[in-house]
Design a protein around this ligand. Structure first.
Ligand code: UD1
Length: 370
C-alpha cells in the first residue's frame, strides 16, 4: 500500500483533512503530521475530538513565532519525519505557513506533492497566504483546484497540465457535518456557549456571526475599533468568535460594545450551526466567507480580496475595515436569495481527489516497470 504523509497545522486544515482522510484511508496508508502551528484547545484538539479525526502520528509542537522562526522550525521537524517515513508522496492543504514549510521540504527531498485547494489567488502579494499558495502550487506535482476560477489561475501560470478541478473539499465537509451539527438545536448550543461568555444579550431572533483575526485588521487598534463599532450598531446581537491573537483587544474593549457577545473560537459544529442560522456573517476568514456562501447566508468580508466566486449575485462583498463601509454593505445590498450557488462543486471532491491519486500512482508504477 502506498504511503502518504499529510501535513496540517492550522484550524481550517484540520477540517479539510478530517473529511478527505475518510476516503484516502480506503486506498492508502496515511501518516498524519501536525506542525503545532495552532495549539490552543479551541483551535486544535476540539476539531479532532468533534470530527473524529485520527490522532496525529507526529506533533511537532512548533507553536507561535515570527514567520521565519515558525516556518524554519516546521521545516526541520518535517524533514526528520519525511526521512524516517520515506513516503510515496506528501499531501498538503491550502496556504498556511505549515503548507509552505512542508512544500519546500518535500520538494528538496524530491518527494511528490499533492496540493489540495490549489490555484486560489487574491492578487495581494503582501499577504502571507498568497505567498504561501504561489510557492506551494509551483512546487506541487498534482494540483487539485477547488473551482473553475482556480483552475484558470493555474492555467495562466502554466500549471494547467498538472491541475484538475475536483471541487472543494470544504463543501464535502460542510454537507457531511452540517447534518450532524443540526441534530442539536439552538438552545443546546447556546447552553454550551454560555460558560464561554458573560452574556448581556438574549439571542432569540436574528443575529450576526462575526470573526476577525487577520493582522491587517487587528494589529492596528483603530481598525479593530472601526469593525466592532459597526458590529455594535447592526441592530441585532452579534456572536463574535475571537481568535486567540486578539485576546488582549477583546479584554480591553468588550465592555464598551453591549450588543456583541465575545466568545472563544467556536468548534466546527458550532461554526456550521451558527453560520447556517445567521442573518449575516461578518468576517475576515478565508474559510468562513465561503461557508456563509455555501449555506446561503449573506456575508461582509473584511478582506482586500478572497473567494471571488462568492461575489455572485451579491452574496458577499469585500470591504475595508471601516465602520461606514461595513454598515453600508449590510444595509444597502440587494441579494437574489434564490440564485445559484454551485461554484464549489457537487460535494464529491474527496472521492475525485482520491481517485486521481490512485491514477497517478498506477501511472508511476507502469513507468517504473516498463
Ligand atoms: C493562520 C493562517 C491563516 C488562517 C488562520 C486560521 C498562516 C500564515 N495563516 O493564521 O491563513 O486563516 O491560521 O485560524 O499560516 N495563537 C494562539 N493560539 C493558537 C494559535 C495562534 O494564541 O492556538 C496566536 C499566537 O499569538 C500567534 C497568533 O495567534 O502568534 C497567530 O497565529 P498563526 O498560526 O501564526 O497565524 P493565524 O493568524 O492563526
Amino acid at each position: 500500500m502506498k504511503k502518504i504523509v499529510t501535513v496540517i497545522g492550522a484550524r481550517p486544515q484540520f477540517i479539510k483533512s478530517g473529511i478527505l482522510s475518510k476516503e484516502l484511508m480506503k486506498e492508502f496508508k496515511e501518516v498524519l503530521v501536525h506542525t503545532g502551528q495552532h495549539y490552543d484547545k479551541n483551535m486544535s484538539d476540539i476539531f479532532f475530538e468533534e470530527m473524529g479525526i485520527k490522532k496525529p502520528d507526529y506533533n511537532l509542537g512548533v507553536g507561535s513565532g515570527t514567520h521565519a522562526t515558525q516556518t524554519a522550525a516546521m521545516m526541520i521537524g518535517i524533514e526528520n519525519v519525511l526521512l524516517k517515513e520515506n513516503p510515496d508522496a506528501v499531501l498538503l492543504y491550502g496556504d498556511t505557513n505549515s503548507t509552505l514549510a512542508a512544500a519546500v521540504t518535500a520538494a528538496k527531498l524530491q518527494i511528490p506533492i499533492f496540493h489540495v485547494e490549489a490555484g486560489v489567488r487574491a492578487n495581494v502579494f503582501d499577504m502571507p497566504e498568497e505567498q504561501n499558495r504561489i510557492v506551494t502550487d509551483h512546487l506541487s506535482t498534482i494540483l487539485f483546484a477547488p473551482t473553475t476560477l482556480a483552475l484558470e489561475n493555474l492555467n495562466k501560470e502554466n500549471l494547467g497540465d498538472k491541475s484538475i478541478n475536483t471541487g472543494d473539499v470544504m463543501y464535502d465537509s460542510l454537507l457531511y457535518y452540517s447534518n450532524i451539527a443540526e441534530r442539536k438545536n439552538r438552545n443546546e448550543y447556546m447552553k454550551e456557549l454560555k460558560p464561554l461568555f458573560d452574556s448581556k444579550v438574549n439571542i432569540n431572533g436574528d443575529y450576526c456571526l462575526a470573526t476577525c483575526h487577520r493582522p491587517e485588521n487587528t494589529d492596528d487598534k483603530n481598525k479593530f475599533v472601526e469593525i466592532v463599532s459597526a458590529l455594535n450598531e447592526l441592530g441585532m446581537p452579534v456572536i463574535f468568535a475571537a481568535h486567540p491573537r486578539i485576546r488582549n483587544l477583546v479584554n480591553e474593549f468588550h465592555e464598551q460594545y453591549g450588543n456583541i457577545i465575545f466568545v472563544q473560537p467556536l468548534s466546527y459544529y458550532e461554526t456550521l450551526f451558527f453560520t447556517k442560522h445567521a442573518k449575516y456573517v461578518v468576517t475576515d476568514s478565508g474559510g468562513l466567507h465561503k461557508e456563509a456562501f455555501l449555506h446561503g447566508v449573506p456575508c461582509v468580508s473584511i478582506l482586500r480580496n478572497g473567494w471571488e466566486e462568492t461575489l455572485q449575485n451579491n452574496w458577499n462583498e469585500f470591504v475595508r475595515p471601516n465602520k461606514e463601509m461595513i454598515l453600508s454593505s449590510i444595509r444597502n445590498r440587494k441579494i437574489s436569495y434564490d440564485s445559484n450557488r454551485d461554484a464549489f462543486g457537487d460535494g464529491q471532491s474527496c472521492k475525485k481527489i482520491t481517485s486521481e491519486i490512485v491514477k497517478y500512482f498506477d501511472k508511476e508504477d507502469l513507468l517504473c516497470n516498463s
